[in-house]
Design a binder for this molecule. Sequence first.
Ligand code: HEM
Length: 127
Amino acid sequence: HQPNSIYEAIGPEKIDQLVEAFYKRVSNHKDLIPIFPDDLTETARKQKQFLTQFFGGPPLYIEEHGHPMLRARHLPFKITPTRRDAWLSCMDAALDEADIKQPYKEAIFERLSMTANHMMNTPEDEK
Ligand code: HEM
């Protein structure tokens, strides 16, 4: 049958693989290292919960942490256009590593790009 959500189409294992592949890159990206914790275990756990609900699966993030308020939760970190681009480039490569196929790859990337734009809170020269 036709999947009703990205979550249904790709399944939870792909979300796990995607998030692991993503933070492996984040932890090695020169523009992102300064704002992320050294140990990304807890960050990755929360991101799996968040993306599960973002893609139309069960509301795991809200159940444990309440309303995401993502922009507010990102305000302690200086998110410049360069860091937005870095985040999205790690995600683009992670989507390939997790072997997430079209049309889902493009649908996911488009939604994450919109959210990433919304997270920017600092002009480039204040980095
Ligand atoms: C947390 C950076 C975009 C979802 C974080 C943290 C940083 C960060 C530094 C804190 C990590 C920690 O202390 O554990 C960025 C940067 C982005 C970006 C530079 C570039 C635009 C996004 C987007 C999403 C997202 C697009 C969602 C699609 C989350 C979630 C958390 C988080 C769910 C965990 C929040 C919590 O503590 O409960 N991000 N982020 N981020 N980010 Fe982002």
